[in-house]
Design a protein around this ligand. Structure first.
Ligand code: AMP
Ligand code: ZN
Length: 138
């Protein structure tokens, strides 16, 4: 296992910090967030310590997302929620606090008023979109 001794999620994996485990296998762990956005807010992590999306190898990412799907269906059925957001923060600017790659499953109910990803926004001009494409695609 790849491990960082100072990482809080690595400590959760080795059980030196307790957590409420929903699912565990040899490679991945899903546990309840202790500062939940909503009831059942869950964190899914690989047991190997990777800082972010760019570090985790594709095969481990695929396996992790199978667990994200499994746990999401479990939460949807058992907690009878109306929906859920899958959220994954990378780097401080995006709100990443724990530098061990993780996926949030955030249960939602209709009209819970928590957050919507359709933040106030205005339609982009076609030239702005073209400009971004040129920068990204070269
Ligand atoms: P992020 O902002 O994407 O880095 O999210 C880190 C998440 O980890 C936050 O939602 C925290 O509430 C959660 N968290 C931090 N420490 C613990 C812990 N000991 N047990 C469970 N969840 C934690
Ligand atoms: Zn870690």
């Amino acid at each position: 296992m790849i491990k960082d001794d100072k990482c809080i999620f690595c400590k959760i994996i080795e059980k030196s910090i307790p957590s409420k485990v929903l699912f565990e296998n040899d490679k991945n762990l899903a546990f309840l967030d202790i500062f939940p956005v909503s009831k059942g807010h869950t964190i899914v992590i690989p047991k190997n310590h990777y800082k972010n999306l760019e570090e985790i190898p594709n095969n481990e990412l695929s396996e992790l997302f199978e667990i994200v799907k499994k746990v999401s269906i479990l939460i949807h059925k058992k907690l009878k929620v109306d929906g859920y957001n899958i959220l994954q923060n990378n780097f401080r600017a995006a709100g990443q606090v724990v530098n061990h790659f993780h996926v949030h499953i955030i249960p939602r109910s209709n009209e819970d008023g928590k957050f919507k990803l359709f933040i106030p926004k205005k339609q982009a001009k076609e030239e702005e979109l073209n400009q971004i494409l040129r920068v990204i695609n070269g």
